[in-house]
Design a protein around this ligand. Structure first.
Ligand SMILES: [Zn+2]
Ligand SMILES: [Zn+2]
Ligand SMILES: [Zn+2]
Length: 269
């Protein structure tokens, strides 16, 4: 399996539009890995994970072509993950889909599904993902898990376990430390790569909905303890906000063996 990280930032990106904080100024000066667009990824060039507002830029930068994209998994309706107004350019006139293009299947929670239904565009097919129910997505089996995010909202955000031919990947953005029912579901899965929300990076904040690097390390411990992961599992910290960020090398040190994502990073396992 292969995952390519197309964007690795939280909603406001790094550097953020109007931000003069020390990290944004640092990122502007240094460039490279310190510049992060909004969070999204693609698995095996086949399954698109989230559709952030920077998707058009990702298409240009990484030579992607979505004319034949068939599967888009959306984690939740926050606009840095579900830029529905760009998805709506699938409408005839704004696009002229190839005659042999298959429909684009969009998988998500109730809010995402309702929005796609409301758009009512030929070629966009919504699929409701129910937590803990494995679902066929092309040649893959995808299971939604319950994210701890959007507290106080009626929406149940999701994150995804993607499996194929004995290989598996967990893409856990956006979420705080997993609820016990997720951890129980993942027991003994020996997942190949686990990508964890690290919005707060190296600053600790007392709110529920995102993790920092120490929360990631605590999750790694729990997932190793119940066999969700093993010594071969690759852990990745991803989805960073400028508010808690440190320079890449510092983050790597704090991550204690976790991979720190950057825009364009590819991992094969
Ligand atoms: Zn986000
Ligand atoms: Zn900033
Ligand atoms: Zn979010």
């Amino acid at each position: 399996m292969k995952i390519q990280y197309l964007g690795t930032a939280a909603a406001e990106a790094v550097p953020a539009f109007f931000c003069a904080c020390p990290h944004c100024e640092y990122a502007r000066a240094v460039g490279g890995k310190e510049v992060r667009t909004r969070c999204g990824a693609i698995v095996d060039d086949t399954i698109k994970l989230d559709f952030p507002p920077d998707t058009l830029l990702h298409m240009f930068l990484y030579g992607l072509n979505f004319n034949y994209l068939e599967h888009l998994l959306i984690t939740h309706s926050h606009e840095d993950h579900f830029c529905w107004n760009d998805i709506a350019y699938r409408r005839e006139g704004f696009s002229h889909p190839a005659a042999d293009a298959a429909p684009l299947n969009i998988y998500g929670d109730q809010v995402v599904v309702d929005k796609i239904k409301e758009l009512n565009i030929d070629g966009l097919v919504p699929h409701l993902m129910v937590p803990f129910v494995p679902t066929k997505v092309g040649e893959y089996t995808v299971t939604a898990l319950k994210a701890v995010h959007m507290i106080g909202s009626s929406e149940q955000p999701l994150f995804y376990l993607i499996e194929k031919d004995g290989q598996s990947l967990l893409y856990a953005h956006d979420t705080d430390e997993f609820p016990q029912e997720d951890i129980d579901f993942l027991a003994n899965k020996h997942i190949g790569l686990i990508s964890l929300d690290c919005t707060n990076a190296v600053k600790h904040y007392d709110y529920v909905g995102h993790m920092d690097i120490w929360d990631n390390l605590a999750m790694r411990k729990k997932l190793l303890a119940n066999g969700a992961a093993d010594e071969k599992t690759i852990f990745v910290a991803n989805h960073f906000s400028h508010n808690g960020l440190a320079p890449y090398e510092e983050l790597e040190k704090a991550g204690d063996g976790m991979l720190i994502s950057y825009d364009g990073m590819e991992v094969e396992f």
